[in-house]
Every structure is written in structure tokens, then in C-alpha cells.
Ligand binder design. Structure first.
Ligand code: ZN
Length: 236
């Protein structure tokens, strides 16, 4: 298995919210995309882990992923331990992605920033020849960070105007999380609410590059430009 792009996230449905449109767009370009969720969301109030895994498979089909997996690490108490780093590093060696998408390295939920840290360190470990005798070394060429919920200025924004509705359908595959229910008592967003909220966020980031809907990313490295005559995003 060799992927062009692998998105790594803490919980099933994180990827759909933060970089799903980009994954769909890249699949449309012919790239092999994958998603690796570290937990099955077993601490979630709604739905069982098995339900969420089945829903994640449905969302994977909507997003045209070539591969999706779940490491079943413990939800809400994810730790950056050596065993977790090794498991993830070996998975990266098997999948051999050129680009890895991680959550932004700061955030409200500990699982999200730990996933960022775990993913970053596992990408490094994956490149070490002597790490594991049963798999070939592989270090991804590029790591980018999905910053949708991070409130930081993005390094770049991907235009997902044409993919937005499919991304929404992928997210709504998680019926256990986003279906309107009587017992929700205001704790869980119903479908209309989630549509409005994600629509507003995607409009905000789209507006930064002059398109309808966008998804933001941050890189640690400076972006290179070779042709300043043909740069995107018009100045005012
Ligand atoms: Zn999450």
C-alpha cells in the first residue's frame, strides 16, 4: 500500500470536519488518499465504538478514500507513549504517504494536540532504518497541519467550494453523533445547526482567498513561490 496523502486524527469525524474537503478534492485529482483515526470515540456520550467505526466507513466512501483505519487507542486519554509512537510509526511505514495531514499542535481537546505531537514524532521515527526489522523505513516528505479550529492565520487555504456538499454528507454519515434526537437536550448539534456552523467556518476561510468555501492549513516551513506573475488570490 502506498498513499499520496494520509490524514491522521484523534476521533472518527475529526477529518470530515477539518480536512475532508481537501481529501475529496485530492481524490478527484487522482491521488490515493487515506485516513487513520487513533481512537474509536469510545468516551463519546452518543453511539458505540462499533457504530462509529461503521459510520466512519460510510464517510470514507463519501470522501473516496483509498484506505481508512483505526488504531483503537483509548479515547479522551490518549498518551504520547513509546508504544503508541511505535505503532503509529510502523503504520506510516506500511502506508508510505508522501504527505501527512495532522491536527494543529495546540487546541482545547488534549487528544487533538497529542495526536499532532504523536503524528509528528511517528513520522520521524518511521524514517529510521533500525526501528523495526519487518518494515522498510519511510519518512513522509511533507507534514501539514489542519488548523480549522485553531484560530491562527493559515499558511494556505484549499478551495473546497465544489467539495463542500460532499464533505457535509460525509460528516452526516455519523448519524449517532449528528442525527437530531429527542434526548439531545441541547448538548448535541442537530443537522441544521451543524450545517450552519460548518458552512460559516468554511465561508470564513474561503473568503480569505476569494472563494466560497475553504479549508485552512499551517506548515512549519515557508512556502516556496517560483513564478510571482502567476500567484493566486487577488489583492484588493
Ligand atoms: Zn476530535
Amino acid at each position: 500500500m502506498s498513499l499520496d496523502i494520509l490524514a491522521i486524527a484523534a476521533h472518527p469525524d475529526d477529518i470530515e470536519q477539518t480536512c475532508g474537503g481537501t481529501l475529496i478534492r485530492m481524490a478527484e485529482l487522482g491521488y490515493r488518499t487515506g485516513a487513520l483515526d487513533l481512537t474509536a470515540g469510545d468516551m463519546g456520550t452518543r453511539g458505540t465504538p462499533d457504530e462509529r467505526l461503521a459510520e466512519a466507513d460510510g464517510a470514507a466512501r463519501q470522501m473516496r478514500l483509498a484506505w481508512r483505519g483505526n488504531l483503537r487507542f483509548p479515547d479522551a486519554r490518549l498518551e504520547n507513549a513509546i508504544s503508541a509512537r511505535m505503532t503509529l510509526a510502523v503504520k506510516i511505514r506500511e502506508l508510505r504517504p508522501r504527505v501527512v495531514i495532522l491536527p494543529y499542535w495546540e487546541g482545547r481537546h488534549p487528544d487533538h494536540y497529542r495526536t499532532s505531537e504523536l503524528g509528528y514524532e511517528a513520522c520521524f521515527l518511521a524514517g529510521l532504518k533500525k526501528l523495526d526489522e519487518y518494515s522498510e523505513p519511510h519518512r513522509p516528505y511533507k507534514i501539514i497541519y489542519a488548523s480549522l479550529y485553531a484560530h491562527v492565520t493559515p499558511t494556505f487555504v484549499v478551495d473546497i467550494s465544489a467539495q463542500f456538499e460532499t464533505r457535509m454528507q460525509a460528516l452526516l454519515s455519523y448519524r449517532s453523533q449528528y442525527g437530531a434526537r429527542d434526548d439531545a437536550s441541547g448538548l448535541f448539534p442537530d443537522e441544521q445547526e451543524i450545517r450552519e456552523r460548518l458552512g460559516a467556518i468554511a465561508r470564513f476561510y474561503g473568503n480569505l482567498i476569494g472563494v466560497k468555501y475553504g479549508e485552512p492549513f499551517v506548515t512549519r516551513e515557508t512556502m516556496q513561490v517560483d513564478d510571482i506573475v502567476n500567484m493566486g488570490v487577488r489583492s484588493i
